[in-house]
Design a protein around this ligand. Structure first.
Ligand SMILES: [Zn+2]
Length: 197
């Protein structure tokens, strides 16, 4: 359109643009490196994006007017395999304290990873899996965390139990999936008939 050529440059925004600058890989410690898990982007489906949006919108730390900024950053972080550095940075930009930002990033990444794993397993057409407790306690946030210990015990007891990957496993009256809940470190292994059955 011709008139577009004559349009004035957009007025400078009041707020400076927030651009993420990833740290140089050499400056990351081993812990930070291990947080960057490469995953296949094709598994970040519309359903998973919808789940991510629900999680972001449910966060009391993210005010309404910052939701689209955080959501954009979340998509860029999680659709490329869990770039927790970027997502934590974005939360910091809107004033979320560092430790809390890391906690949120880990919880969301855990759930998204679990959803992606579930989608991949379903795609293989093998629906039987066995719950695997990592032996490191799930949910225990601090020494003497009774509530966390009780929940961890239920996950320990789930170790070795078989479940349908399309449904998950019912633990404590609630359907769940390994790694789905914040603080759960469990995983699963698929069961192949006549192989590891
Ligand atoms: Zn667990």
């Amino acid at each position: 359109m011709v008139w577009g050529w004559f349009r004035k440059k957009p007025a400078r925004e009041e707020k400076p643009e927030r651009v993420y600058a990833p740290p140089h890989p050499r400056r990351l410690n081993a812990g930070a490196k291990s947080l960057t898990i490469k995953a296949d982007r094709k598994w970040f489906t519309a359903d998973i994006e919808k789940d991510l949006r629900e999680q972001i919108y449910a966060l009391p730390d993210v005010p309404k007017h910052e939701r689209s900024f955080i959501m954009d950053q979340a998509i860029q972080s999680f659709s490329t395999g869990g770039d927790l550095g970027r997502f934590s940075w974005a939360l910091g930009e809107i004033g979320v304290e560092r430790a809390r930002a890391a906690e949120i990033a880990r919880a969301i990444n855990g759930r998204i990873t679990a959803l992606i794993n579930r989608a991949r397993q379903i795609d293989t057409g093998i629906y039987t899996a066995e719950w695997v407790h990592s032996k490191a306690p799930c949910f225990v946030a601090f020494q003497g965390d009774i509530e966390g210990q009780t929940k961890d015990l239920a996950h320990r007891e789930a170790n070795g139990k078989r479940f349908d990957v399309r449904k998950g496993l019912k633990i404590g009256g609630k359907w769940t999936y390994p790694g789905m809940e914040p603080g759960c470190r469990c995983s699963s292994r698929v069961i192949l008939k006549g192989f590891n059955d």
